[in-house]
Design a protein around this ligand. Structure first.
Ligand code: NAD
Length: 298
C-alpha cells in the first residue's frame, strides 16, 4: 500500500535500498544523510534528498531512521532541528537502527512526551534482503503504532514480528546478533579446519548446509568465495554488514547481559575476537572477513 509521504534519515548500506523499496511501493520519499557520499549515492539512485533533516521530515506522514548507533538516533530525534522538533506529531516514527535498549526507550519516551507514536523496528537480513525487500522486522511499541507501521514495514520486508513494548525490538535484535556473531566465527573456524584436513570448501558447504551445522552464516552468507555467489566473500569482503557494526552489536549484547547479571561466555569471546579483528583490519570490511584474521592468528 503506497501513497504516504515518508522521510528517510540514514541512507547508508541498508537505508538506501530500504528507501528505494518505499518508493517502489508508490510512496513519496524524501531522504537525508549527514554523509556527503551517502547523499550523492542516493541522488544517483534517483532519490529526492533534502539539505537538512528538518526539511526532510517537515511534511512527512512517517519518518524512518536507519542510523549507525544510539547516539546518532538520540541526536536525530531529540537534537536541535531533529525529528521531534521538526515533524508533525501526527507523523509515525519508525527507528530501524540497531541500538541499545536504554537509548531506544529514552527516545520512545521523548517521542511520546511530544505526542508522537513510535516503534523501534530493527531488522535482520543484511543488504541483500534490504534490496530484495525481504527483511525481518522485530518491533517494539504499542499495537496501534505497529498497525500503522505495518504497510510500510511490509514494503521493505517480508516478516514483521511484534516483540512487545517499547525497546523490545532492540532486545530481540541484540539477542539475534549474539547468535549471529558466534555462528559466523564457528563457520569460519570449520572452513579453516576443513582446509587443513584436505576437504574442499564446496564439499564442506554441500554437506554442512544439509546437516546439523547449517545456519544463516553458512547457507546465506558463506565466508569463503564460491558456495554462495552473493556473499561478501565473493567481492573481497566488501560489506554487507561491516565488522565494526557486528562488534557494536556484540558489545550491545555484552552490555545488556552485564546489566541483566547474565554471563554469556561465547558471546564475550566472539566480542573479543571481533574487537581484535577490527583493531587489526580497521572494521570496514564485512564481518565474515574475520575468516582472514582467524587464518592469520589461529
Ligand atoms: P551505514 O554506516 O552504511 O549507514 C548509516 C548512515 O547513517 C550513514 O550513511 C551515515 O552517514 C548516516 N548518519 C549518521 N548519523 C546520521 C544522522 N544524524 N542523520 C542522518 N544520517 C546519519 O550503516 P548500515 O550498514 O546501513 O547500518 C545501519 C543500521 O542498520 C545500523 O544500526 C546497523 O547495525 C543496522 N543493520 C545493518 C545491517 C547490515 O547488514 N548492514 C543489517 C541489519 C541491521
Amino acid at each position: 500500500m503506497g501513497g504516504s509521504r515518508i522521510a528517510f534519515l540514514g541512507l547508508g548500506n541498508m537505508g538506501l535500498p530500504m528507501a528505494r523499496n518505499l518508493v517502489a511501493a508508490e510512496n513519496s520519499v524524501v531522504g537525508y544523510d549527514v554523509g556527503e557520499a551517502a547523499q550523492a549515492a542516493a541522488v544517483a539512485a534517483g532519490l529526492e534528498v533534502a539539505a537538512t533533516a528538518a526539511e526532510a521530515v517537515a511534511k512527512a506522514d512517517a519518518v524512518v531512521t536507519m542510523l549507525p548507533a544510539g547516539d546518532a538516533v538520540s541526536q536525530a530525534y531529540c537534537g536541535e532541528g531533529g525529528v521531534l522538533a521538526s515533524a508533525s506529531p501526527a507523523a509515525l516514527l519508525i527507528d530501524s537502527s540497531t541500538i541499545d535498549v536504554a537509548t531506544s526507550r529514552q527516545v520512545h519516551a521523548a517521542a511520546a512526551a511530544a505526542g508522537f507514536a513510535m516503534v523501534d523496528a530493527p531488522v535482520s537480513g543484511g543488504v541483500a534482503a534490504a534490496a530484495a525487500g525481504t527483511l525481518t522486522f522485530m518491533v517494539g511499541g504499542e499495537t496501534a503504532a505497529l498497525q500503522r507501521a505495518e504497510p510500510l514495514l511490509h514494503a521493505m520486508g517480508m516478516t514483521v514480528v511484534h516483540a512487545g513494548p517499547a525497546g523490545n525490538g532492540q532486545a530481540a535484535k541484540i539477542c539475534n546478533n549474539l547468535m549471529l556473531g558466534i555462528q559466523m566465527v564457528s563457520v569460519c573456524e570449520a572452513f579453516l579446519l576443513a582446509r587443513r584436513l584436505g576437504l574442499e570448501d564446496q564439499a564442506l558447504f554441500d554437506i554442512a548446509s544439509k546437516a546439523s551445522g547449517q545456519c544463516w552464516s553458512l547457507t546465506s552468507y558463506c565466508p569463503v568465495p564460491g558456495p554462495v555467489p552473493g556473499s561478501p566473500a565473493n567481492r573481497d569482503y566488501r560489506p554487507g554488514f561491516a565488522a565494526a557494526m557486528m562488534l557494536k552489536d556484540l558489545r550491545l549484547s555484552q552490555g545488556a547481559a552485564a546489566e541483566a547479571g547474565l554471563a554469556t561466555p561465547l558471546g564475550a569471546h566472539a566480542a573479543a575476537l571481533y574487537e581484535a579483528y577490527c583493531t587489526a583490519d580497521g572494521g570496514a570490511a564485512d564481518f565474515s572477513g574475520i575468516i582472514r584474521w582467524l587464518d592469520r592468528n589461529t
